[in-house]
Design a protein around this ligand. Structure first.
Ligand code: GDP
Length: 197
């Protein structure tokens, strides 16, 4: 798929305020600082589309971007909200869970995971919650350039092994680097293929 246009549409504090049309949506989520903004910008070839920032947890709303005028890329807030109040964490969780469970247009959730780290409980809990809720999702490993291909592959295999302890069937897995534009074609082709199903 070629990205001909990518435009920011709206930031919503709850699922009921998201766009009313029925275009398919693909959501991106991961721990703060996992490289979500960089990946979105890399996918859309637009350095400023999602604000890349070194400050964790900056995006606290559901952000809709319209791509090629026919599907939405949805930037969800990063989870793992260090330094936030209990009330704020509860609001964010309610917003994210509400969007994922209630949004009929949602086709797939892309869960971003830093390929350098061992499987983190917070990511596994989220992945297991998606699986148990029957939400279609894929795992996108980020920052592959920081490890190199051999260590990256070894870490991906370790992650798969960890997931196999809980799940018989593994989700689709993508390995990306926003620095090197790695994984872009694979991710866009995947979106294209499930869009047509
Ligand atoms: P977000 O909080 O998940 O949106 O993460 P950002 O996209 O803001 O990235 C967090 C930090 O990781 C920034 O300093 C980015 O420059 C860096 N980063 C993100 N993706 C990559 C990548 O693919 N390779 C490298 N080397 N650094 C990355």
């Amino acid at each position: 798929m070629e990205i001909k246009s990518a435009e920011f549409v709206i930031s919503s504090p709850m699922v009921s305020m998201c766009p009313k049309d029925s275009k398919p949506e693909y959501a991106f989520i991961g721990r703060s600082n996992v490289g979500k903004s960089s990946l979105i910008n890399m996918l859309c070839c637009n350095k400023k589309l999602a604000k890349t920032s070194a400050t964790p947890g900056k995006t606290l709303l559901i952000n809709h971007f319209i791509i090629n005028k026919n599907w939405y890329l949805v930037d969800l807030p990063g989870y793992g909200f260090a330094k936030r109040s209990k009330k704020e964490i509860a609001r964010l969780e309610q917003m994210i869970n509400g969007y994922i469970l209630q949004r009929e247009q949602l086709v797939n959730v892309f869960v971003l995971v830093d390929v350098r780290l061992e499987a983190q409980k917070i990511d596994l809990d989220f992945i297991n919650w998606l699986g148990n809720s029957s939400i279609p999702f894929a795992i996108v490993f980020t920052k592959a350039d920081k490890l190199g291909p051999v260590k990256t592959q070894a870490n991906v295999e370790m992650y798969k092994k960890k997931l196999s302890e809980t799940w018989e069937e593994l989700p689709p897995i993508f390995v990306t680097s926003s620095e090197k534009r790695q994984g872009r074609d694979e991710l866009l082709s995947y979106i294209d293929s499930i869009n047509k199903e």
